[in-house]
Design a protein around this ligand. Structure first.
Ligand code: CS2
Length: 493
């Protein structure tokens, strides 16, 4: 089949193959600036927004997508060449694919190339919301101190170069400063990252930075900017080369960077928008007074579940999450972790049946069409573990309750960080703390407790003797017997 490049000009050629935007993109204004245009944003918020743009009177809510890091050059170039268009491929449980071209990203900017353009955009009168997917590590939070990390060289750079920043904090500060100086209205800053209280975290970290960079701005922000919390959910693996060729062969679309994802999606948002908002509830998002319990449930069951499967699966030698969860022993271990250690920390959630939720997670993890990469799940674990697993550990330890499963997973992570799996193959560790993790992991081979001394990850966990004891035993057991034998033993006790 002859194929065509995806762009505005060719868009209508694809209308018999896949769903395409039927609204007039040239009439859509960017009322939202979104920072972080990777797969997750494009499978989630950009899709909800695309659906909304099909409704009448919504065309002020297009998205200007910002690529913040040098590393994002490729995705920026791709989207530029495709006029912001891309294909979303939903991999259904029954093996079929549902494809849709998404048109909500009507502008794209590459921050390293032109920082002032990004600042100007964020400060534009049309922009009412700035949304973020900058990853867990992007918030510059130090687990050991519980505060903003002013030792980060990039932050020091931003303090010295306010007009040419590198981090989100430098950009937001300069944009808000411009808004204030120009007498413009405030704006909503909405995090869409997997962090407990992501809005609170954004506010706290931004205000810490502003206190240093532009103290006169603090009270303006307090009075004119809101930071709604939100719970975001959709499993979005990294796009594989085969996804690109399949799309071209089956639908004649030459899309250099389609996004693939699972069918499930959820977005629960705290209704706190100072400058208006899109009616995302018309297209399936939920607005709630308090989203904290939903976030907690999702982070400690879904995201932690991913980390459990990823770390144990990587050591055993699996490549994808579905492979790990289809190992009955690992699946039982995960279910017991959820039931015995996580569930007691969650309390009751109105309208949510936790048992059904947990079962649905196991089913989602098991979607064999998704092929969610274990490498993706294990990447940046040093930023994920403190958010996904440690709150459960802390809550359980406070009540002097069991943490056997969590301790086992953390011990497995210490073994994982040495860098080889149980088959002797190298593990592709991708983590901002990689050097520290590996050096400490090697030391831990003689003294397992050393791993818990990484305070920026574990805080003061090393001081809890009960925990340290279970952790050390788990570590020794894994290195002597391998993950699977240990898991069977834990499942049988
Ligand atoms: C994953 C998440 O990064 C991770 O470790 O757990 O990306 C997860 O797939 C999403 O949060 C699902 O909503």
């Amino acid at each position: 089949m002859k194929s065509y490049k995806l762009n505005n000009q060719n868009l209508s050629l694809f209308k018999d193959q896949v769903a395409i935007p039927t609204y007039d993109r040239s009439q859509v204004k960017a009322g939202i600036v979104h920072v972080g245009i990777g797969g997750f944003h494009r499978a989630h918020q950009a899709l909800y927004t695309d659906q909304l743009l099909h409704e009448p009177n919504a065309n002020e809510w297009g998205i200007c997508g910002v690529a913040l890091l040098e590393f994002d050059q490729k995705i920026y170039n791709t989207l530029q060449e495709q006029d912001g268009l891309y294909t979303l491929v939903v991999k259904e449980l029954n093996g079929t694919f549902t494809k849709k071209i998404i048109g909500s990203m009507v502008e794209t900017l590459f921050a390293p190339e032109n920082p002032s353009k990004v600042i100007k955009k964020m400060a534009s009168v049309h922009v009412k919301i700035i949304t973020l997917t900058i990853t867990e590590g992007g918030y510059n939070y130090n687990e050991a101190t519980g505060e903003f990390d002013f030792n980060n060289p990039q932050i020091l750079h931003d303090l010295e170069n306010p007009l040419a920043p590198k981090t989100i904090f430098g950009y937001l500060t300069q944009a808000l400063k411009t808004r204030k100086e120009q007498g413009l209205a405030g704006v909503t800053i909405q995090s869409c990252d997997n962090i407990q209280g992501n809005g609170h975290m954004t506010e706290k970290m931004l205000l810490s930075y502003v206190q240093q960079a532009a103290p006169e701005l603090v009270s303006w922000i307090e009075n004119n900017v809101s930071f709604p919390n939100s719970m975001v959910d959709r499993i979005t693996p990294a796009t594989a080369p085969k996804d690109i060729t399949d799309l071209q062969e089956t639908s004649a679309i030459e899309d250099a960077w389609p996004v693939v994802c699972e069918p499930f999606k959820q977005w629960v948002i705290e209704d706190d928008f100072v400058a208006g908002r899109p009616a995302w509830e018309n297209v399936g998002a939920q607005f709630a007074k308090d989203v904290v319990p939903y976030e907690k449930m999702k982070l400690s069951l879904l995201n932690a579940g991913h980390s459990v499967l990823g770390i144990l699966g990587a050591l055993v030698g699996y490549n994808t999450i579905d492979e790990a969860v289809h190992n009955k022993n690992i699946a039982t271990f995960l279910k017991n972790y959820m039931d015995v250690e996580v569930t007691p920390t969650l309390g009751t959630l109105e309208g949510v049946d936790l048992e059904v939720y947990k079962q649905s997670l196991i089913e989602r993890f098991g979607n064999i069409n998704i092929k969610d990469q274990i490498d993706r799940i294990c990447s940046e674990s040093s930023a994920k573990i403190p958010i996904f697993i440690l709150p459960t550990v802390q809550a359980q330890l406070q009540g002097k309750k069991l943490v056997k499963h969590a301790a086992f997973v953390l011990a497995a992570w210490a073994v994982y960080s040495i860098g080889t799996n149980e088959q002797g193959s190298a593990l592709a560790i991708k983590d901002a703390l990689k050097t520290t993790l590996q050096a400490t992991a090697i030391e831990s081979q003689k003294n397992p407790k050393a791993f818990l001394e990484i305070e920026t990850v574990f805080g003061n966990l090393k001081e809890n003797d009960l925990f340290v004891d279970v952790f050390v035993k788990a570590y020794e057991n894994i290195t002597a017997n391998g993950v699977e034998k240990c898991v069977i033993e834990i499942n049988n006790t």
